[in-house]
Design a protein around this ligand. Structure first.
Ligand SMILES: [Zn+2]
Length: 445
């Protein structure tokens, strides 16, 4: 248990509810000269600097003024074996998987490669201000082991699962219904609930799992209601047609997951773009969570996520990068593209709702808002320090910004890893530059 105490000073922003509009000032707390008291990796107090400094006079102060302190960002859908295929040219979903992703994922059978990439992945997340993620590992059990180990070394709250896929993929990337079940069982018993780790049962999607494997995924879900379930849904028209040809008895794509008992509040459904009315009813009924991945949806030309339509049905949408089809690790850049995807549909993403979404909103979608996503006392001290004038275009724009919402919108549209001045994980600064320097320098292959 960490006992180090520290008081972080800066401008504090944390949400207590989802903002219902641009003027919903009751949904957040903003303190101009604020502070966060941290001890043992936990937030012990959030308030004005004067008050906390009086309360804890001997605690060392780290002065981050004039920067903004917010809860660390949460990414709810990302593929860690794809760090070396991000930005691969010229295909839509199924071609992209076959041409780039599957060949790359075969390399994760090698433990040393999986370990090195897991470490680089955590470095990238911290550099971009993301302190928690829900990630897909590769089919190899060792890849999930490497991921959980790398996360545990940094004490990061992370969720992952070994992908289950037993067909329509290269031989080297296929498990079997039984081996996928057994490996998942072992990983759950090694990692779920250990430190800050949680497990996600991960059938990649209906195309790469046989009905027998789906049955096993359903059995795992029933045996482990404490675990998450993650998969992909209705990203691309060809994918949907192929899925329905493989499961001709299913009423629609989501009906496949319904039939095998995968749906519930802990189910995360990446993309969820081209949905039938029955599928939307089913999402509302089961409280499963669609995950909006804007940079990926634009990159692969998949389609436009109907955020307002789903929200209007009382569905809780999460938001994510989906690296490597997503084109940035940055949740700020994810908000930038989300804004544009919604603009094309006549929908709005106000900066207050945007910053709620990538912090408390995603925490709520994961049922973790008592642990992460806010700066409430008693929660885990994952904090991002944001510099709204990190680049010259941002600094020039900020000279004309007069309100908090204007500043947040500058971060939302122009921000990326340069705007992340520091990232704290369980109270420990990740010292972005220093941390990267500890890793061997990257060489061209
Ligand atoms: Zn994905």
């Amino acid at each position: 248990m960490k006992t180090d105490q520290v008081l972080l000073r800066g401008r504090i922003l944390s949400f207590t509810a989802e903002p219902q509009g641009p003027e919903d000032h009751a949904a957040y707390r903003y303190i101009e000269d604020g502070a966060i008291l941290i001890a043992g990796g936990i937030i012990r107090g959030t308030g004005s600097y004067d008050q906390l400094a009086r309360q804890a006079p001997s605690v060392p102060v780290v002065d981050h003024r004039p920067h903004l302190l917010m809860p660390g960002f949460i990414d709810t859908h990302i593929h860690f074996p794809q760090v070396q295929v991000i930005a691969s040219w010229g295909a839509q979903l199924l071609d992209w998987l076959n041409s780039y992703t599957f060949p790359e994922e075969t390399r994760f059978a090698e433990p040393a490669h999986a370990e090195a990439m897991a470490d680089w992945f955590m470095t990238q997340l911290c550099a971009h201000g993301t302190t928690s993620a829900v990630a897909y590992a590769s089919v190899h059990e060792i890849s999930a082991e490497a991921f959980f180990s790398a996360a545990a070394r940094r004490d990061m709250r992370m969720i992952t699962g070994k992908v289950m896929m037993d067909r329509n993929a290269p031989e080297a990337l296929r498990d079997t219904p039984q081996s996928g079940y057994d490996a998942t069982k072992r990983l759950i018993s090694h990692w779920h609930g250990k430190g800050r780790a949680s497990y996600a049962i991960t059938p990649r999607f209906a195309i790469t799992s046989s009905p027998e494997q789906m049955e096993m995924a359903g059995a795992l879900t029933a045996e482990h209601p404490e675990c998450y379930v993650q998969t992909h849904l209705s990203e691309n028209r060809d994918e949907i047609a192929y899925t329905l040809s493989l499961y001709p008895e299913a009423p629609d794509y989501l009906g496949v997951y319904e039939r095998y008992g995968l749906l519930g509040p802990k189910a995360l459904l990446g993309h969820s773009i081209h949905l039938e009315p029955r599928e939307i009813d089913l999402l509302a009924e089961t409280n499963a969570k669609p995950v909006f991945c804007p940079t990926s949806n634009l990159f692969l030309g998949s389609g436009l996520f109907d955020d307002a339509g789903l929200r209007g049905r009382g569905i809780t949408n999460a938001i994510a990068t989906d690296v490597g089809a997503g084109t940035s690790y940055s949740m700020l850049q994810t908000l930038n593209e989300a804004y544009k995807v919604l603009q094309l549909q006549g929908q709005k993403l106000h900066p207050l709702r945007a910053f709620h979404w990538i912090t408390r909103g995603n925490a709520v979608a994961l049922g973790l808002e008592d642990k992460i996503g806010t700066l409430e006392p008693g929660t885990e001290a994952d904090i991002v320090v944001l510099d709204s004038a990190a680049s010259e275009p941002m600094a020039l724009r900020m000279q004309r910004a007069e309100t908090l919402s204007e500043e947040l919108f500058v971060l939302q549209m122009l921000g990326d890893d340069r705007a992340v001045a520091e990232t704290y994980v369980a109270g420990t600064p990740q010292k972005i530059g220093a941390r990267a320097a500890q890793q061997p320098a990257l060489q061209p292959a």
